[in-house]
Design a protein around this ligand. Structure first.
Ligand SMILES: O=C(O)CCC(=O)C(=O)O
Ligand SMILES: [Fe+2]
Length: 369
């Protein structure tokens, strides 16, 4: 049984043809990157009647507000989260510095097919016939090995910033977990695997930097295709260019607008399992822009690799039977590597009864070209 995230992912290599196309320099969307069905559901910020909740973490009712946002949206933004603004700026600046390197330099730090860290296409690329309009850089733990290849003389700042950011994200994620759990009536007693201090000390996580270059025809290209995260939760920092969209009520894409200093939090598949379907993981995607470059930094947060995650017993009774069988993160990642957006259905035990909306059912209907 792999005990580290990197080992779990290494056990499920993703085979992607990494032929490099320098997206910054092309004038037209080539056929390899032209998606035939981008508008599977309507979208458009101008017509959004309601918007993704923004929650101030210093608000005394934050836990309740978060619970409601998780039930109705699966995503929310947080302000007053305690992450220093200069760290957000630094992480964005270092991300920009990385992606603006010449293609040949970035390829020196390419992710190996059975590796987790490094530069490359999104791992989900192998599930789609068309290429996405993005590039990524994945960090699990220390980025030093790959950073040295990018900047042989000058990798310290990048490493320091990313490691500081990972530390801060870990603390924030643990705090968010308890706010989410609190709203379900779950205490530290109910979740022993969070450790004696309840700080999820041995939680696993990955930092994913995503870059979306400007695109000559954004209506035909896809930045990052629709997916759910295999995490408990994901904390995302986006620059001032919009692009993240979430599927609301299974019928329309809603843009999550960039708010300076705010962070986006979304529910992942494992939290859907843990909450017995009360907090559905949200289907999301990233679209691209004609003239603006977009950058996002996602902190993908999960439990220790080998902890069994199953619906919390306090959330299970005669009226609410357990909807999912128990899985470790490691096992779930291998299921996801095989079944992608059908992974949650594949660990489901029974159909939801009244009162449970299985948002993930919509995942199977998303047209991907
Ligand atoms: O760039 C974004 O807004 C989305 C990124 C994302 O969904 C991911 O890295 O899993
Ligand atoms: Fe995601």
């Amino acid at each position: 049984m792999p005990s580290r995230l990197s080992d779990a992912l290494r056990a499920h290599p993703v085979h992607i043809n990494h032929n490099h196309l320098d997206l910054e320099s092309v004038r037209e969307v080539p056929d390899s990157h032209a998606w035939p069905q981008l508008s599977d559901y309507p979208s458009g910020d101008l017509f959004d009647a309601e918007s993704v909740p923004v929650i101030d973490l210093t608000d005394l009712t934050a836990s309740k507000l978060i619970g409601h946002a998780c039930e109705t949206w699966g995503v929310f933004q947080v302000t007053n989260h305690g992450i220093p603004m200069h760290l957000l700026e630094d992480v964005e600046g270092e991300g920009r510095r990385l992606f603006s390197l010449p293609a040949q330099q970035k390829l020196k730090a390419a992710r190996s097919p059975d590796g987790i860290s490094g530069y490359g296409l999104a791992r989900i690329s192998s599930f789609f016939p068309k290429r996405m309009w993005s590039e990524g850089f994945t960090i699990a733990g220390s980025p030093i090995e790959h950073a040295r290849k990018l900047w042989p003389e000058d990798y310290n700042k990048f490493c320091d910033v990313m490691e500081d950011y990972e530390k801060e994200m870990k603390k924030l994620s643990s705090r968010l977990m308890w706010l989410m759990m609190g709203s379900l009536g779950i205490t530290k007693e109910d979740m022993k695997w969070a450790g004696p201090k309840g700080d999820f000390g041995s939680a696993s996580a990955v930092l994913q930097l995503n870059s979306y270059p400007p695109c000559p025809d954004p209506n035909r290209a896809m930045g990052l295709a629709a997916h759910t995260d295999s995490t408990l939760l994901t904390v995302l920092h986006q620059n001032s260019t919009s692009g993240l969209q979430v599927l609301k009520d299974g019928v329309r894409w809603v843009t999550v607008p960039p708010l300076s200093g705010a962070l986006v939090v979304n529910v992942g598949d494992l939290l859907q399992i843990l909450s017995n379907g009360r907090y559905p993981s949200v289907l999301h995607r990233a679209v691209v822009h004609r003239t603006r470059h977009r950058l996002s930094i996602a902190y993908l947060y999960g439990p220790p690799m080998n902890v069994q995650i199953s619906p919390l017993s306090k959330l299970v009774d005669l009226k609410h039977p357990p909807l999912y069988r128990s899985v470790t993160w490691s096992e779930y990642l291998s299921t996801k590597a095989k079944h992608f957006n059908k992974a949650l259905s594949s660990v489901r035990l029974c159909a939801p009864l009244n009162g449970f909306v299985e948002v993930n059912d919509h995942h199977n209907r998303v047209k991907v070209g």
